[in-house]
Ligand binder design. Structure first.
Ligand SMILES: C[S@@+](CC[C@H](N)C(=O)[O-])C[C@H]1O[C@@H](n2cnc3c(N)ncnc32)[C@H](O)[C@@H]1O
Length: 203
């Protein structure tokens, strides 16, 4: 579990880690009381007035976020991407996504259309170059489109993440949550590791 805490390693290590975890991922996250998907949807509900048509779910995993999201926005067309093939196989079986891409979120996806929302839930930890990620997200979004993501509070501090956000002239901050427990029933994370949920709008 220390591996999860420290960020696992390079992208090949991360891919192997999640491939191995894929079969028990949903059950484990349920046991750890992982609430970020539901909490993120609640934030979207609060701030988004017009029903979104297209969502791109980066690092989509098995689709936990989209499962929650579609309860509120059942007509939205959702695409997803992830680096783990086995995780993507599970999202495919889930049948919630129109298209799925096996791709790092730091590499360009050849998108079929622009999106009203891009999400990155529970995965900012693995980002090596935030400017590349933000550039890509900015290109995927329509004007006035939203980027919703989580970021761990400990990494926020270490990376001076507030400055990274301020450096982005293409986005405005809409909302930044207070620190929330991330995986409260996991022994290592407990109440030690918190996240913020952030909502940005593309200018
Ligand atoms: C904690 S899971 C979160 C999955 C999902 N968003 C959720 O909320 O359940 C992290 C996911 O990020 C994926 N991931 C890690 N680094 C990635 C990268 N560079 N590009 C795309 N996906 C990545 C992993 O394969 C894994 O599925």
């Amino acid at each position: 579990m220390n591996t999860l805490l420290k960020g696992i390693g390079n992208s090949k290590d991360i891919e192997i880690f999640y491939d191995k975890w894929s079969d028990s991922y949903d059950q484990t996250l349920y046991n750890w009381n992982y609430k970020a998907p539901k909490q993120s949807v609640n934030i979207l509900k609060k701030f988004i007035k017009k029903k979104p048509r297209y969502l791109l779910d980066l690092a989509c995993g098995t689709g936990l976020f989209v499962e929650e999201y579609l309860k509120t926005y059942p007509r939205c067309i959702c695409d997803g991407s992830d680096i783990s093939k086995k995780i993507l196989n599970l999202s495919q079986e889930n049948g919630k996504y129109r298209r799925l891409y096996k791709k790092s979120f730091e590499k360009k996806i050849n998108i079929p259309n622009q999106y009203n929302i891009v999400s990155l839930i529970g995965a900012m930890t693995y980002c090596k170059n935030h400017q590349i990620l933000f550039n890509l997200v900015s290109n995927y979004l329509y004007r006035n489109g939203f980027f919703i993501f989580t970021q761990r509070v400990d990494l926020w501090k270490d990376l001076n993440f507030g400055n990274i956000l301020k450096s982005r002239s293409d986005f405005n901050l809409v909302y930044k949550s207070r620190p929330l427990n991330y995986l409260p029933k996991n022994k290592v994370f407990g109440s030690n590791i918190k996240i913020r949920i952030v909502l940005l709008v593309k200018k």
